[in-house]
Design a binder for this molecule. Structure first.
Ligand code: GRF
Length: 205
């Protein structure tokens, strides 16, 4: 099977990006990481990319006069990257619909909640405040809805009575680092079939 080319889009710390790099390196994900794209020149993800030899593309949001100009630059950078899959790993902006439309079925995101609960920002805080007993993470295809695209994988963790937002976030993050490379592996093995809202995972023949 041909190795897929993937690009990671991240705004910050990049621990999920690191999990993907590690999984590619140890051979569990049959892919080549062709680019790290970031909107934030201070993102720690950039250090990780340099260490791993992944080419970086910085599209600095603050350098553009408008959101439209920024999105146009981001879109052309994404097109130039010429990859089979974009993975959003802590990209902290909402992607404009022109970008989402440009890569149908070719973009996945990780969200630190069991969707459709707790979309948007501070999902772990929302879970603690709501008082749920189970929380987790979701890897899903990106469509034009907010955190609403077809779900590929979910992992759950307990919420303890002593948890604050940070403690829960840490427990969820450990599962993110498992779920994200696993979903990317399934994509790279051509095993994900989108059927309406559902994603069917094909077994290996
Ligand atoms: C993760 O919790 C991810 O689910 C969310 O943003 C956070 C990014 O963390 N979308 P990191 O940058 O991958 O460490």
């Amino acid at each position: 099977m041909m190795k897929k080319r993937i690009a990671v889009v991240a705004s910050g710390r990049g621990s999920n990006f690191q999990a993907v790099i590690d999984a590619i390196r140890n051979g569990t994900v049959p892919a080549e990481c062709a680019a790290l794209i970031t909107d934030n020149p201070k993102a720690y993800a950039l250090e990780r990319a340099k260490k791993a030899g992944v080419p970086c593309r910085i599209i600095d949001y603050s350098q553009f006069p408008s959101r439209e100009d920024y999105e146009r630059a981001l879109l052309s950078s994404m097109q130039e990257a010429d990859v089979d899959l974009f993975v959003l790993a802590g990209y902290m902006r909402i992607l404009g619909s022109s970008i989402v439309k440009a890569f149908p079925g070719k973009m996945i995101n990780i969200h630190p909640a069991l969707l459709p609960s707790f979309t948007g920002l501070h999902a772990q805080r929302q879970a603690v405040q709501y008082g749920v007993k189970l929380a987790g993470c979701t890897v899903h295809f990106v469509d034009e809805s907010l955190d609403g695209g077809p779900i590929i994988l979910q992992k759950c963790v307990p919420v303890l009575e002593t948890d604050d937002e940070d403690a829960l976030a840490e427990r969820i993050l450990a599962q993110e680092h498992v779920a994200f490379p696993e979903a990317i592996r399934l994509f790279c093995e051509d095993r994900l079939v989108i059927e309406g809202r559902k994603v069917r995972i094909q077994s290996i023949e």
